[in-house]
Write a protein that binds this ligand. Sequence first.
Ligand code: 13P
Ligand code: SF4
Length: 373
Amino acid sequence: MSHVEQAHPLTEYDDLPIAEVFDRTRHCKEQLGPRLVILGHHYQADEVLQFAHFVGDSLKLAQQAALQEHAEYVVFCGVHFMAESADIVTKPDVQVMLPHLEAGCSMADMASIDQVEAAWPFLTAAAGDARIIPVTYVNSTAPIKAFCGRNGGLCCTSSNAPGVVDWAMSQGEKILFLPDQHLGRNTLCQLGCPMDSIVLYDPAKPHGGLTAKEVAGVKAVLWQGCCDVHMKFSLDQCRRIREQDPACRIIVHPECTWEVFQEADMAGSTEFIIRAIDEAPDGSRWAIGTETHLVDRLAKRHAGRLSVRNLATERSDCPTMALIDPKHLLWVLENLADGHVVNRITVDESIRDDANLALERMLALKPGKPVKG
Ligand code: 13P
Ligand code: SF4
């Protein structure tokens, strides 16, 4: 097997009619058979997801990756941190690929390992005898997952954040939650942590803009990161919906701000949102605060039974998820069928075990309650 790294398919794919792309993709899947597993996140377009063996939220896809006993190749139709997690939890001989190498996550990019390593001595010294447990949302780089594993902490997803934070609180007196301040705040407040027991660490400022006294006085330190896609949802939009249609239910992803989260009727992972809409009573009306591909899919699936709309007036696409398209997928699969592994995602050996520890601690926890349901 040769290993090639390339962000874009060769130009020969540019002019291919979409029907031919689909035919050739189906053919490759057949050719590769059980050696290949394609995982797809709910934010991917339908034209990509039609080829996925498993579709899910971050938790379900990490669990699926961990279950792969016989596959040689995992092609991840999602973003970079998801492919890294898949590489960490699969056996070393499983090769994980991301069809487009620029499909990152802007939130994950908001916490670098150097910033976190620089923050830690200040935070631990400020905490004194109180133990800080670092918790990282899976939307983070592998080195940050490894940092959490090494320091007695773990990962969480939007599916299991309440259970993970509960566990972390039982292990120490404080938590450091990375990198999404909103999932951190929403989860902590929902679990009863007072708002004045939470501070925000801004990596752009010396000591995060905090004093040692401030850190000593709180239960949780939140990293100042966020998802630009979920920042598009606002309290004003929620209020407008309430005015226009008081019976309309609002359901959001917990990466939304605390104001939106509080105003929403329900909040949870993409999988949770799908379940809530699938089980909604006939004739009910819903406004959803999450990525547009998922909202559109749910609106289409339930057309005539439910009214489903985007909470925002304009689209809320995740630009990096959208980089994975049928042509990039085909390019990866045709290379595989020809014996070439392209765009392989590998996590460095030196951090693999620690990162795995953080993921394993998470995967070992029983599924808990939703963030707000
Ligand atoms: P889920 O785990 O809920 O699918 O969320 C992943 C994500 O990136 C949301 O922005
Ligand atoms: Fe990252 Fe936000 Fe895209 Fe999710 S929606 S992958 S958090 S940028």
